[in-house]
Design a protein around this ligand. Structure first.
Ligand SMILES: CC(C)(COP(=O)(O)OP(=O)(O)OC[C@H]1O[C@@H](n2cnc3c(N)ncnc32)[C@H](O)[C@@H]1OP(=O)(O)O)[C@@H](O)C(=O)NCCC(=O)NCCS
Length: 151
């Protein structure tokens, strides 16, 4: 983790929400010439966390969507280009898993881009199956993890 002070929390202001969706689009959509801003119908009913520094710069974003009474799905995880491999993705993932525990969820599923599979493995996720190809080139894998510490 970088020595800079950062925190993982929900966006608070309109400006932060704008920065949140802009980062999602910049990392996950813009490189494939996709239209922005990137929003989804699940956003209104999901839990969101962003990692930001003390200057308010948004470094990483991610969404937790409740699938059923026991299961959450983590979606749209994105760490800004140039800020990757500094521990921000791990901080974000831990915050989303903690939010899932607080909702009483027992497991997490996610669709991992191939490049992100080692990251999720490092955090205890296992690969269930190879799934879809996004934009004709990004292979995804369904991964899952049981959460401990949920009563
Ligand atoms: C994948 C992603 C969320 C990971 O976040 P991150 O902040 O870069 O990852 P961290 O620094 O927290 O990594 C923690 C550990 O995970 C593993 N890891 C992370 N990225 C990895 C990679 N590309 N290859 C191999 N291992 C990786 C490493 O063990 C790493 O520890 P180390 O750096 O000390 O070796 C981020 O790189 C990202 O947004 N990538 C582009 C968009 C994307 O693919 N999003 C995921 C969609 S499913």
């Amino acid at each position: 983790m970088s020595s800079e002070r950062v925190e993982a929390r929900e966006p608070r202001s309109d400006a932060e929400w704008t920065a949140y969706y802009a980062l999602r689009w910049r990392v996950l959509r813009a490189p494939w010439q996709q239209q922005g801003p990137e929003r989804d119908e699940s956003d209104a009913i999901s839990t969101h966390r962003m990692v930001c520094n003390r200057q308010g710069q948004v470094l990483a974003v991610g969404q937790l969507h409740r699938v059923d009474d026991a299961t959450g799905q983590i979606r749209f995880m994105a760490v800004d280009t140039g800020q990757q491999r500094k521990g921000y993705g791990s901080l974000l993932l831990n915050a989303l898993e903690q939010a899932a525990r607080e909702l009483g969820l027992h497991s997490i599923i996610l669709q991992a881009r191939e490049n992100a599979v080692p990251f999720y493995r490092q955090h205890g996720y296992h690969t269930v199956e190879k799934t879809f190809l996004l934009f004709d080139e990004i292979q995804h894998y369904l991964m899952s993890k049981q959460l401990d510490g949920v009563s």
